[in-house]
Design a binder for this molecule. Structure first.
Ligand code: THU
Length: 136
């Protein structure tokens, strides 16, 4: 488990990397930061395309980058959406990908530019997931 200080630091990484988002169409930047088992942090941003359906979310870019670096287990995920005041959670597709690599008790934080933040878990964002059920 990770403490609040570690999650605060992870969220700072997500907030910082959100500046690198390529989001000229939606103007909605997203940054994601993954805390890997060995303590390293892997980040990702949303990357849009003029063929809109090709857009890939920050969360999936972070996870796929991490897998390409050899990481398969993660301690936490933080998501920053600085262009919304309120927290915006991961989309359904990302929830499915999150569940592939994170056990249900893995902490997830998401927050916008305002004060409020959501502190939840992989299992809460995708309940009744087949992979989680099979692992029981
Ligand atoms: N987006 C993410 O990167 N993550 C999410 O969980 C929600 C949506 C991106 C996709 C698109 O580039 C922009 O935010 C607006 O939907």
């Amino acid at each position: 488990m990770i403490d609040k200080g570690q999650m605060d630091a992870l969220f700072s990484s997500a907030r910082k990397i959100a500046e690198m988002a390529y989001a000229p169409y939606s103007k909605f930047r997203v940054g994601a930061a993954l805390l890997c088992e060995d303590g390293s942090v892997v980040t990702g941003v949303n990357v849009e395309n003029r063929s809109f359906g090709l857009t890939v979310c920050a969360e999936r870019n972070a996870i796929f980058t991490a897998v390409g670096k050899g990481y398969l287990r993660f301690k936490a995920l933080a998501i920053s959406t600085p262009d919304s005041v309120e927290p915006v959670g991961p989309c359904g597709a990302c929830r499915q990908v999150i569940s592939e690599f994170m056990p249900p008790d893995t902490p997830i934080r998401f927050a916008g530019s305002g004060e409020s933040q959501v502190n939840t878990t992989a299992g809460e964002v995708l309940p009744f997931d087949s992979l989680h059920e099979l692992r029981k």
